[in-house]
Design a protein around this ligand. Structure first.
Ligand code: DC
Length: 190
């Protein structure tokens, strides 16, 4: 079974997806981390990269890059590389192969549209730009700019994919959001 969580930067996708995976006993897949790993690898051909997960750790060619991929510079470069159709093709194929191997909560921008349109549960997480900017500790202009840059290529950064349930997290606690998504998944499973 797959729970797909899409949405813009700062909507809380990672935190929520990790907690939902824990609650359901599913594996968490952070697809943004894969784009970040490609960015960290510089100009190397993404098809030749070994991007893997070991629990919460992200491995690039066997090296733990979990912290290295979280810098603002890598985020910026990831956003740029994610606009390359060749990069997307490689990563979408990798993501499909991973998801096929078990029960997953996958988080990104194109899970319910491109990677797995037949996901059993589709959630679109969002929040006011002002709140997303506050959560990230960046000016609201940065959030709006990133939203604009993370559009296209089938990504659903500004509105839900067909059949996705929108969850506006503005003013909600993490626990409240997690409970909502877990309820949606349990309703499908029973
Ligand atoms: O979610 P994140 O900030 O870790 O994502 C890093 C970049 O990768 C972001 O600019 C958008 C891009 N991305 C994407 O295009 N498609 C995805 N499924 C996940 C991330």
């Amino acid at each position: 079974m797959l729970v797909a969580i899409d949405g813009p930067a700062g909507a809380g996708k990672s935190t929520v997806a990790r907690a939902v995976a824990g609650a359901l006993g599913f594996t968490y897949l952070d697809t943004g981390a894969m784009y970040r790993a490609v960015a960290l690898a510089g100009d190397r051909d993404p098809a030749g990269l070994d991007i893997a997960f070991d629990g919460d750790r992200v491995l690039l060619d066997g090296e733990d890059v979990s912290e290295a991929i979280r810098t603002p510079e890598v985020a910026q470069e990831a956003s740029r590389r994610a606009a390359d159709p060749a990069v997307r093709e490689v990563l979408v194929a990798k993501q499909r192969a991973l998801i096929a191997g078990g029960d997953y909560v996958a988080e990104g921008r194109d899970i319910a549209t491109v990677v797995a349109p037949d996901a059993e549960v589709k959630v679109f997480l969002t929040a006011d730009p002002a709140e997303r900017a506050r959560r990230r500790g960046v000016p609201v202009d940065d959030v709006n700019e990133r939203d604009a840059r993370d559009q296209g290529h089938g990504r659903t950064t500004l509105e839900p994919a067909p059949g996705a349930t929108p969850v506006d997290t503005t003013g909600l606690t993490i626990d409240e959001v997690v409970a909502k998504v877990v309820d949606l998944a349990r309703a499908v499973r029973s």
